[in-house]
Design a protein around this ligand. Structure first.
Ligand SMILES: [Cu+2]
Length: 222
């Protein structure tokens, strides 16, 4: 759904990889368990055997999980590396988390409580907390990053679809944590430019149309 210049595919692949391994293991373990219950029941196996150890088995059940977990790490790391490197031409928005709301400040000083971004453009988010630990979570963009009072994290994303998507706080931060929701609104570039123009327009006579009143500073900074 979101494009390959982003890290969304890597996150999805890591997820599918882990689900596939877990499913196979679940099936194998369940069948073995049922088989052993049947085979070693008191009726078929009245006298228990004391097994000292089995080197081959022990090596196998150490090495195979190590390879599987290494694979999970590798898939996860591929996505993490991309997510940690915002493109040079990213638009920068400062995200401030506080109990219990989000605020967004754009390069030209505009402040909003909903995040507005143009489509197909990389957006870098600088994450700041005014009080306790929060976590900025946008499920549809496949990212979640801690927002901490003593350390400035950042994350970037590039939406390729118009729409309005949920933002949540994913770190329990107090009484109204459950309600710390807002939206990211992805718009066509021209709609975004119009929005910026409206937001930056000086207060004018009500008879004048707002957009025409502002032709000098109506463009975003980059
Ligand atoms: Cu929070």
């Amino acid at each position: 759904m979101f494009n390959e210049t982003n890290y969304v595919d890597s996150v999805n692949n890591a997820f599918y990889f882990i689900v596939a391994i877990s499913t196979v293991l679940l099936i194998v373990v369940t069948f073995l368990m049922l088989y052993f219950v049947w085979k070693y029941s008191a009726k078929r196996n009245p006298k228990a055997t004391n097994i000292e150890g089995n080197m081959t088995l022990e090596v196998l059940w150490t090495v195979i999980p190590l390879i599987l977990v290494g694979g999970m790490f590798w898939y996860g790391y591929l996505g993490y590396e991309i997510s940690a490197t915002p493109p040079e031409n990213s638009m920068v928005v400062t995200v401030t988390g506080q109990m219990w709301k989000w605020n967004f400040e754009y390069e030209n000083g505009i402040k909003t409580d909903t995040l507005y971004v143009p489509v197909n453009k990389p957006v870098k988010l600088d994450l700041v907390s005014l009080d306790v630990n929060h976590s900025f979570y946008v499920p549809v963009f496949r990212f979640k990053r801690d927002v901490l009072p003593n350390k400035n994290n950042s994350i970037w994303f590039q939406p390729d679809q118009i729409g309005s998507f949920d933002i949540a706080c994913a770190e329990y931060c107090g009484t109204d944590h459950w309600n710390m929701y807002t939206k990211v609104v992805v718009m066509e570039q021209k709609d975004y430019d119009t929005w910026i123009a409206l937001m930056t327009a000086p207060v004018v006579d009500e008879t004048e149309p707002l957009i025409q009143a502002d032709t000098t500073n109506g463009k975003p900074n980059n």
